[in-house]
Design a protein around this ligand. Structure first.
Ligand code: SF4
Length: 766
């Protein structure tokens, strides 16, 4: 406990939280029998708390106030943290600038870390009381936190064998989050100052006049998502390999694991001595029989694992000798020799390979001959079933002979593949993936032949400590199946699919080692490029893909449209859930996409590449009006070079109406003109029905050069079908003829709009 003396700016008396249990004040549940920390303690241990997210590291549950050098401010820090946790406390609720929503333990742990930085910096500057803190002090602190000295590192050496070498320190700008908290912490200390018992800021002092921390650091509240999506060249092999591991390798690997457990675990668990018999007089004969049986059946002996080979080497065995690799214990066991005798081999192995009791010594020549004839291999996966190679070039055994440890490695790689597929196909974040329980697969839901696949994950954010709220994700079948495989790999005793300490970087590194190594080559897997990749990038990739390519492919095997439908349904099903946040990210991407495409269409128009289709005339009229407005701006401010941003502003509303069809742009400005809505007679007129789009006739549809390949392929396919159907199928022939004619007319329209003179309109200067 700290002994405190009140500083100059402090209040008097005891703290309003004196003697109180923090968990009781904050409403944090503890395990039965635990009480949690008391306010006066210098270290608060929340390890017995319940309701924390699994992803929360253990060190975040320890609040060590002793790290604050000034003992008076240790007390201030405690009061600040309790006030954040319990805004309803009678001593807190009257504070004008206090937060009204309780902050969780993990948020307070982060705040305490920054608070410690602020207080210790003040101590270094010779400040001993908060009353001495003024605006200049706060600004100096922010300046210190804006640029940081960091050690640089670089890779040296040959590709694949490079090592990381640290170089000199260099100054880098701190992240906006770091700077933001460097403003927020002094502001919050001032906001809660009235509460503090032993020290306070000057009455009425509000750093930066109470301005928002975002505006102080010059960063808009939302800067958009800066995470880069994964490159297509990375995404394709990654997803292709992961799906192969899950769909082809996993069933075989799990079947082998079950077989091993069936054959060996019961023996170990119940301690029975099945197959054990006396070794007295018969053992030599039994061993000889075993050796001869191996030769007769041409059956290799069991090879010891590489680790055991290393141990033998340390014991002085000749590693080049064939006996150095063979499992003596396996031979003894096969001969039915008592397990105790077999263990003796291990414990007395230093004496020589065949020394224990001279058991195999007389048979050494026969043993050497047998090993020479049949060799040694790992015990499992001999004659493994064939599976099709991932590259389609024939069939291969799903595994080469393998040790149990090797099988665990394969299962671990498959688990990583499951993680990647669930993340990439559903958009889940790390914390949501970690919260997936082992039984996360919910029963299928479905009507009229459409199945809805659902996973459940615990909702953490905004839920407090005292209740478990299950969030529901509607996902594509691939993610659901991957969760099922991860469930079996996790085993009966696991509570969740993935470890709470999941290290994605390490998992990916190991997966790459597998897919890019000899085993991956044998299975026909495509090497995964060495790009930077993390779970945030996977989520962003999915959002961008869904936003930009409604009819395209995410990777070779997953239809993006199918993903998009599942994701959207997930939102509709549970609009307040975590999937809704992901859909909001997709919405942001769609807005960006629409602006980019509209700007591109406008630039095309300026360069003489006009749109075609029934809505082209109306779009051209709009583009002309934008051009006129830009012309007026040019006249008004001739010295200013006008940027894309001004054009984007003028195109903004039109871009908001853009919906992407597979073969057209839909400018959904007027529901009364929407042909699809007329045909469907639907009551919901808020959005077009892309599934019923007839872009050749709808006045809101335009065709652009990017749509030409779709229509050209459609025309060619129709012609091929017409050539194949019999003369008797007149109705079908006529229907295909109409389709082919229509597609060809659209292609001709697109070509004409690209090549026509347009009355001299050519280039942006017109
Ligand atoms: S018919 Fe096609 S272009 Fe017209 S409103 Fe419907 S979706 Fe849009």
């Amino acid at each position: 406990m700290s002994t405190l003396e009140s500083a100059a700016g402090g209040g008097t008396g005891a703290s309003p939280f004196a003697g109180q249990y923090i968990c009781a004040v904050a409403g944090l549940r503890m395990t039965p029998g635990a009480t949690g920390p008391v306010f006066e303690q210098d270290v608060w241990d929340f390890k017995d708390g319940e309701g924390f997210p699994r992803s929360m590291p253990g060190d975040r549950k320890i609040f060590d106030f002793r790290k604050i050098h000034n003992p008076i401010w240790q007390s201030v820090a405690k009061e600040y943290v309790v006030a954040m946790m319990a805004p309803e406390h009678e001593a807190v609720r009257h504070l004008a600038h206090a937060y009204r929503i309780p902050r969780m333990v993990w948020t307070c742990a982060s705040r305490l870390e920054y608070l410690q930085g602020w207080f210790n910096w003040l101590t270094e500057q010779g400040v001993t009381s908060l009353a001495a803190v003024d605006q200049r002090t706060c600004e100096a602190f922010l300046r210190c936190r804006t640029f940081l000295e960091v050690k640089k590192s670089k890779e040296e050496g040959e590709p694949g064998q490079h090592e990381t070498v640290e170089t000199d320190e260099e100054e880098v700008e701190a992240s906006s989050g770091y700077r933001l908290l460097s403003v927020l912490i002094p502001q919050e200390v001032a906001n809660y100052s009235e509460l503090f018992t032993h020290d306070r800021c000057r009455a009425g002092f509000r750093p930066w006049g109470g301005a928002s921390a975002y505006s102080v650091i010059g960063s808009p509240k939302r800067q958009g998502n800066k995470t880069q999506p994964a490159r297509e060249e990375l995404l394709q092999p990654l997803l292709h390999d992961c799906l192969f591991l899950i769909q082809v390798l996993a069933p075989e690997a799990l079947a082998l694991r079950d077989k091993i457990e069936r054959e060996f675990v019961p023996d170990r668990k119940d301690g029975s001595k099945r197959g054990v018999r006396s070794v007295a007089r018969e053992r030599q004969a039994a061993l000889e029989q075993v050796l001869r049986r191996h030769i007769a059946e041409d059956r290799p002996f069991i090879e010891v694992e590489r680790r055991a080979q290393g141990a033998r080497k340390r014991w002085g065995w000749d590693e080049t000798h064939p006996l150095g690799r063979v499992s003596i214990i396996a031979i003894l066991r096969e001969a039915g020799i008592h397990a105790t005798a077999a263990r003796t081999v291990r414990s007395s192995a230093k004496g020589g390979i065949l020394s224990p009791g001279g058991l195999l010594e007389p048979l050494k020549p026969l043993l050497e001959e047998a090993i020479h004839l049949v060799g040694t291999t790992p015990p499992w996966g001999r004659n493994a079933p064939l599976v099709p190679r991932a590259d389609g070039r024939g069939d291969v055994p799903w595994t080469l002979p393998i040790h149990r440890r090797g099988l665990d490695v394969v299962l671990d790689r498959i688990r990583t593949a499951c993680l990647i597929v669930i993340a990439l196909v559903s958009g889940m974040r790390r914390c949501e993936l970690i919260e997936l329980p082992r039984d996360c697969q919910l029963p299928h839901e479905g009507t009229s032949g459409r199945i809805r696949y659902r996973l459940k994950s615990k909702l953490i954010k905004g839920q407090g400590y005292d209740r478990t709220v299950w969030d529901e994700w509607v996902v594509a079948e691939e993610a659901f199946h991957a969760a099922g495989i991860a469930h079996y790999i996790a085993g009966e005793e696991a509570s969740h699919l993935f470890s709470a300490t999941l290290d994605f970087d390490e998992c990916l590194k190991r997966l790459r080692r597998f897919t890019n190594g000899p085993e991956g080559a044998r299975l026909g897997l495509t090497p995964i490029p060495d790009d930077l990749l993390n779970l945030r990038m996977l989520r962003r990739t999915l959002a961008v893909e869904i936003a930009h390519r409604p009819g395209g492919l995410l990777a070779a095997k997953i239809q993006l449209k199918h993903l998009s439908v599942a994701t959207t349904e997930g939102y509709a099903n549970r609009p307040g859930g975590a999937q809704a946040k992901f859909l909001a990210e997709i919405g942001e991407e769609e807005q960006k996409r629409n602006l980019t495409l509209t700007l591109q269409a406008f630039r095309d128009y300026q360069n003489g590449r006009w749109p075609a289709g029934p809505g082209a005339r109306e779009l051209l009229t709009f583009f002309r009006s934008v051009e006129d407005e830009l012309g007026e701006l040019q006249v008004a401010t001739p010295v200013i070079k006008h940027s894309d941003q001004e054009v984007i502003t003028l195109l903004g509303r039109r871009a908001g109406a853009l919906h992407l069809g597979v073969a057209n742009y839909c400018w959904f400005l007027d529901p009364d003109k929407a042909l699809c809505l007329k045909l469907a007679k639907t009551k919901d007129r808020s959005r077009p029905l892309a599934g019923m789009c007839d872009s050749a006739r709808c006045p809101q549809a335009t065709h652009h050069p990017c749509h030409r390949p779709v229509w050209a392929a459609s025309a060619a396919n129709s012609r091929v079908f017409i050539g194949k159907i019999g003369r008797g199928q007149k109705t079908e022939r006529a229907r295909l003829q109409v389709e082919a004619d229509r597609a060809e007319a659209i292609v001709a329209g697109i070509d004409a709009a690209q090549t026509a003179d347009h009355g001299g309109r050519r280039g942006p200067d017109h």
